[in-house]
Write a protein that binds this ligand. Structure first.
Ligand SMILES: [Zn+2]
Length: 81
């Protein structure tokens, strides 16, 4: 698969969560991106997990749900850049 990786957040922080990143379809970006879990996003952006959930619910950030119901957050959301 052709992936153009755009790391817009600090590499240093990404290393911590590297093993937990997963590729998922982002409907807002209309492409596959390396999604973050809610907790990873909370750590990365220094906010509470609850805040991330709220942002996802209100469409402030791009989000996607896995078949297992896990909420994933797109690091390319405008809020994060
Ligand atoms: Zn996105």
């Amino acid at each position: 698969m052709k992936t153009r990786t755009e790391i817009t957040v600090e590499t240093e922080r990404l290393v911590i969560i590297n093993h937990r990143r997963r590729n998922a379809w982002c409907p807002s970006c209309a492409r596959y991106v390396e999604m973050l879990t809610v907790d990873d996003a909370a750590i990365l952006f220094h906010v509470a997990s609850r805040t991330i959930f709220h942002w996802a619910e209100s469409g402030v950030v791009h989000s996607s749900e896995t078949p297992e119901g896990l909420l994933l957050i797109c690091p390319h959301s405008p809020t994060f850049s």
